[in-house]
Write a protein that binds this ligand. Structure first.
Ligand code: URA
Length: 434
């Protein structure tokens, strides 16, 4: 079989067979097929697409390109959660202790941030001493004893996706539905969960810019999960403005803690309760999602979920006390306010621009090697639909470097649009695919 024939076949709009997909994935992982040929194939897929069968075959080939985790040493039904990525998305920090506090085992692989989106591991490292570099034995032991553990993605898990994702990132071929669906689902299925709850973001700050595309991606991923015998559902949620009010690592942790204390923003709480109720229901800890939601609300109001976060931080090297004293987390030294020029309403906040402003402050990475400043970030005092009076603070930047703050300020100013007339924010939960 020749790679050039596979590229030509896709270029001409034909469906690839299992043998052809296995050939290029195996050859690429072994280093036998060069980047330039795989780039050409990715571009052909970008323009010609893949049908459902090809998408399933690609997922399967990537899933079996490395180790498939065996979580059978963990008792109970393991439910994983994945978000397609957004700005201010600290959902995992709230959701995982919440569901773990109800006895749902959480054995999660998380990633770091790149570009304008953040990553759970970076955020968790705001707790001094906290580490996700734990052994598989420690990981399994922590889940069995305290009900929760998070580790970084091992290099052996779906290595084909790791290679392909890095290549797609630099060849403008990320935002293809089949490539995204197979990339996410191959990793999730290799991570060994019994159930998967997906948060598919839709809007300006997401890969899927329209609800129609977000629903299509959700359906593809749910179908892949089901075919693999894993209970899977997806929530389609709004990313036309950042989630919650804080963007930036330690600031997002603080907001997650506030939410676990019952004092967080409504949108974040609602999304966590929606995703969490499916996780608890799938795990058999409630007879319906309605019952699961009420159990989760109790775990928030009783402080059980907050205590679970403290146990988890302590078990992975941090100090549980910091959960009760978030003022111990890294804090930036300077702040600048963005204020309203006139009386107005906020009509939109471009999430991606807010994410870039946080990156410019030093809170994100341009390349994998960058060291990030965990203390910096942005607080959105006003969100879409909020009324502002002339001179009132719209958003606050927290930073440590005047020049970086000036650059970020300009970007943040450009992210906001205003209107003289009242504006209604879009719905947070746009739909559910089961
Ligand atoms: N996240 C992934 O893991 N893969 C993609 O292709 C896009 C988002």
């Amino acid at each position: 079989m020749l790679m050039v024939d596979i590229i030509r076949k896709k270029r001409d709009g034909n469906a690839l067979s299992k043998e052809e997909i296995d050939f290029f994935i195996n050859g690429y992982v072994k280093g036998e097929i060069p980047d330039y040929q795989v780039s050409a194939l990715m571009m052909a897929v970008f323009f010609k697409g893949m049908n459902d069968e090809e998408t399933h075959l690609l997922t399967d080939a990537m899933l079996h390109s490395g180790e498939v985790l065996d979580l059978s040493a963990i008792s109970g039904f393991k439910v994983d959660k994945h978000s397609t990525g957004g700005v201010g998305d600290k959902t995992s920090l709230v959701l995982t202790p919440m569901v773990a506090s109800l006895g749902v085992p959480v054995a999660k692989m998380s990633g770091r941030g790149l570009g304008h989106t953040g990553g759970t591991i970076d955020k968790l490292e705001s707790f001094k001493g906290f580490s996700t570099s734990i052994t598989n034995e420690q990981f399994i032991n922590n889940v069995n004893t305290i009900g929760i553990a998070i580790m970084g993605q091992t290099k052996d898990l779906a290595p084909a996706d790791k290679l392909l994702y890095a290549l797609r990132d630099v060849t403008a071929t990320v935002d293809n539905m089949s490539l995204i669906a197979s990339s996410i689902m191959s990793k999730k299925l290799a991570a060994g969960a019994d159930g998967i709850v997906l948060d598919v973001k839709s809007g300006s700050g997401a890969f899927m810019k329209t609800d129609e595309d977000a629903f299509e991606l959700a359906k593809k991923m749910v179908s892949i999960g089901k075919q693999a015998g894993v209970r899977t559902m997806a929530v389609i949620s709004d990313m036309d403005q950042p989630l919650g009010r804080n963007v930036g690592n330690a600031m997002e942790v603080t907001e997650a803690i506030d939410t676990l204390r019952g004092k967080g923003p409504e949108d974040l709480k609602e999304l966590c309760l929606t995703l969490g109720s499916y996780m608890v229901y799938f795990a058999g800890k409630a007879g319906s999602t309605k019952e699961a939601r009420s159990l989760l609300e109790d775990s928030l109001s009783s402080g059980k979920a907050l205590d679970k976060l403290a146990q988890f931080i302590e078990a992975q090297g941090g100090s549980g006390e910091d959960v009760y004293h978030p003022e111990n987390l890294p804090q930036a030294k300077e702040k600048t306010d963005l204020t309203a020029d006139d009386d107005c309403y906020v009509s939109s906040i471009m999430s991606e621009e807010v994410g870039i402003a946080s990156l410019l402050l030093g809170g994100g990475r341009r390349s994998k090697e960058d060291v990030i400043d965990l203390s910096v970030g942005i607080h959105l005092d006003k969100k879409v639909g909020d009324k502002c009076q002339k001179g009132e603070t719209v958003a606050t930047l927290y930073g440590n470097d005047k020049k970086k703050m000036e650059d970020a300020f300009e970007r943040l100013r450009g992210a906001y649009s205003f209107s003289k007339d009242p504006v209604e924010a879009g719905k947070l939960i746009k739909g559910i695919v089961e």
